[in-house]
Design a protein around this ligand. Structure first.
Ligand code: HEM
Length: 538
């Protein structure tokens, strides 16, 4: 018995010494930079704003969402290091948009840290483009996924948004004006129904019915899964499935139903497209599918056919059915909903921009409602959206893993603002996090950084420094999808209504502004609860 204790003690001591050696090495690596020490991985978004502040152990106040630039202003440096006792590597945070651009342009040097919880967790539906590693795996996913961001889909996104928005005004009771409540809830429902139409070619009612049965319908399963995303990502399926609570077991049923529906849709769309291809006469092309699921299946068939032509029958190309499910399930709708929410907050607080959007729309359409054809000319509306993303960046952190040692440029400044540039050696295996919200408020890049000034986003050189959709090979592939969806929504809303914030009793302007603009961190930055007073335009 005594020997077992000695053995266990020896194993524990060896483990502890190994950890200590790594931790000391990390502390030595970050010497000379401003450093945030913490016990746990506080830089991982999603939970940090909910943590209590315990200096040196959980320095939660360093991650304030209200003023993402503050920690850099305090440190007088746009590069900060973090040591985390739970992770045996140094973590660096950059808030320099120029550095962010050059890092994103070197995907082989700055890989995706795919072992981070956030990427492992989202593979529950199947391996997919967001979580896969840069290089061959990412290329394989992208070759298929890019096929569903074509012009037919974009036109469909615009039309689906306009139709669903028209239905929404009736459902939320403001068709003729009034107070629109729960903006976050209704915009999330709106973008979910757009995914129903454009993602799967299905029309769903505003209120999705709750049914029983072994398999939930597609709309209900997608609704339940997206409304319980955090639980779906953190809890294993068996835990949800064999749970004493019926409401939790329903989450498991929704997950398995969703996968079941998408798998069978992939099989049937594949068979239909194959049958159409078989009867084509030489030189003809099949009509491109107008839903994302059809487009991804068609794209998969194209990629497989092309690689067979090049490399023969045996080559494995494109995605497996499980990977297609993974990619389809991660098609984000909440991101666009949250950006719409923050844009509405800014436009309500600064109504002069509503009038500018209206003038732009009328100047283009001569007074009628805009259509997808007008999208390239609706520059001011898009600028308002990009400026909202700059100020309320929803994705928040863009983590990279260093494949090799690298010299990273950074800037420090003195009390008078006099800046000096340096380079710093970062070791292979370290993490570099592009702190996107801080990049977007860096005063060396943006003049009057906290002001809502959409005009600056009309200048391509300024807009190009925004990190909200990331850049380079791993940039957001759904950027145009989201832009079309959001511009369609904002321009139609401004054309039909004037809207203003609704203050709480006794609330001053500053408090109200804070309430409308502050967000909470739930997977991505989510707007709070507030209402809008809607007045129908004559
Ligand atoms: C306003 C809304 C959106 C914003 C601000 C946004 C932002 C981003 C950002 C910052 C990334 C890089 C993430 C990283 O490096 O970890 C990203 C990646 C991605 N986004 Fe978006 N996104 C939005 C909407 C969408 C939509 C609507 C879709 C799909 C329909 C989409 C699909 C993707 C995909 C597939 C990737 C991974 C690309 C790759 O790794 O190659 N996004 N997005």
């Amino acid at each position: 018995m005594h020997h077992i204790y000695v053995l266990l003690g020896g194993v524990f001591a060896a483990y502890f010494l190994k950890w200590l050696a790594r931790y000391i090495s990390v502390r030595l690596q970050v010497r000379g930079l401003p450093v945030i020490h913490s016990a746990i991985e506080v830089m991982e978004a999603g939970h940090r704003s909910a943590l209590p502040h315990i200096p040196g152990i959980v320095p939660a106040r360093k991650y304030t969402l209200d003023d993402p630039w503050k920690k850099y202003a305090d440190a007088q440096s746009d590069l900060i290091a973090c040591t985390q006792a739970t992770t045996p590597y140094a973590v660096y945070l950059t808030s320099n948009p120029h550095v962010a651009l050059s890092v994103s342009a070197k995907p082989a040097q700055y890989l995706k840290p795919t072992s981070m919880f956030r990427y492992v967790a989202i593979d529950i539906f199947g391996r997919q483009i967001v979580s896969c590693q840069t290089g061959a795996e990412h290329k394989r996913h992208k070759s298929v996924v890019k096929g569903c961001f074509n012009e037919t889909i974009m036109r469909g996104v615009w039309d689906a948004m306009v139709q669903t928005q028209a239905m929404m005004w009736g459902e939320v009771g403001v068709r003729e004006g009034g107070v629109w409540k729960d903006i976050e809830g209704s915009t999330t429902q709106l973008t979910l129904l757009v995914i129903g139409k454009i993602g799967f070619g299905q029309e769903w009612p505003w209120r999705i019915a709750e049914t029983g049965g072994k398999i939930l319908p597609l709309d209900e399963s997608l609704y339940v899964v997206t409304h319980s995303m955090f639980a779906q990502l953190v809890a294993p399926l068996w835990l949800l499935k064999y749970n004493p609570f019926a409401s939790v077991r329903r989450l498991a049923k929704a997950q398995t139903s969703l996968i079941h529906h998408i798998m069978s849709m992939i099989a049937s769309r594949g068979a239909t497209l194959q049958a159409e291809t078989n009867i084509l006469t030489k030189g003809d092309k099949i009509k491109p599918p107008s839903d994302v699921l059809g487009a991804i299946v068609a794209s998969q068939m194209d990629v497989v056919a092309e690689s067979k032509l090049k490399a023969g029958e045996k080559v494995q190309a494109g995605l497996t059915p499980e990977e297609i499910v993974g990619n389809v399930c991660m098609a984000g709708h909440e991101t666009s909903a949250h950006v719409i929410g923050f844009t509405l907050a800014y436009l309500a607080l600064y109504p002069e921009h509503q009038e500018k959007i209206l003038q732009e729309v009328d100047g283009i359409t001569g007074g009628s409602l805009p259509t997808y054809r007008d999208m390239p000319a609706l520059k001011y509306a898009l600028a308002c959206i990009h400026e909202s993303i700059r100020l309320r960046d929803i994705v928040m952190t863009l983590p990279k893993l260093l494949a090799e040692d690298c010299h990273l440029p950074y800037t420090t400044w003195d009390a008078s603002g006099q800046a000096t540039t340096h380079t710093r050696l970062l070791k292979a295996g370290s993490h570099l996090i592009i702190d996107s919200p801080a990049c977007q408020r860096n005063p060396f890049t943006w003049s009057d950084p906290t002001a809502f000034r959409p005009e600056r986003m009309l200048d391509d050189s300024q807009k190009g420094l925004s990190t909200g959709f990331s850049s380079g090979q791993r940039a957001c592939i759904g950027k145009r999808f989201a832009e079309v969806e959001m511009v369609a929504f904002i321009t139609h809303m401004v054309k039909e209504y004037k809207f203003e914030p609704v203050p709480l009793e006794g609330e001053g302007r500053m408090e109200m502004e804070k309430r409308y603009l502050e967000g909470k961190e739930v997977l991505n930055l989510t707007p709070g609860k507030w209402d809008l007073k809607m007045t129908k335009r004559a």
